[in-house]
Design a protein around this ligand. Structure first.
Ligand code: OFO
Length: 161
């Protein structure tokens, strides 16, 4: 693995751990707002993002490369409402999609075939993640988030496997 690729994957590992941390912070905020379902959904997302970071770590290690972690710098989430929180999640996922696509473009330019194959999984994952967050926002747009609607949404989000 060349140094340019190794650095780019290290940057993506950092981004995945930062995503994980941001989602855990949002989960804790939802706990404080008595929304256990939202908290559960976001905590599951924390686990997924950690898994993504570790998948990239394994890839680097299995190819004899090296991973260096930096400090995590993530802003504390601000509370407006559930819609505001999930809009932040969607924007975050869209930014991660851009960084995954850039990494894929580098893998193409550098003819790094193993990385291209690995990133196809990540590209699909981003489609799935953006889709599931958009579906939550669509539900809120349809039913609002007051009273019973909010309790129903929270219960549904709490059912995430
Ligand atoms: Fe790692 O997929 Fe979301 O950010």
């Amino acid at each position: 693995m060349n140094k340019k690729i190794q650095k780019a994957i290290n940057d993506q590992i950092q981004a995945e751990f930062e995503s994980a941390h941001a989602y855990l912070a949002m989960s804790l905020l939802c706990n404080d707002k008595s929304l256990p379902g939202c908290a559960h959904w976001l905590k599951s997302q924390w686990q997924e993002e950690t898994g993504h970071a570790l998948k990239l770590v394994e890839h680097v290690h299995s190819r004899g490369g090296s991973v260096t972690l930096k400090n995590i710098t993530v802003e504390q989430p601000k509370w407006t409402n559930v819609e505001g929180l999930f809009k932040t999640v969607l924007r975050h996922e869209q930014a991660i999609t851009i960084s995954i696509n850039k990494l894929y473009e580098l893998a193409l330019a550098e003819k790094d075939y193993p990385l291209q194959i690995l990133l196809q999984w990540f590209i699909n994952e981003q489609v799935e993640e953006e889709g599931s967050v958009q579906a939550i926002l669509d539900r809120i747009a349809l039913a609002g988030e007051a009273g019973a609607s909010l309790l129903f949404l929270d219960r549904q989000l709490g059912e995430r496997a």
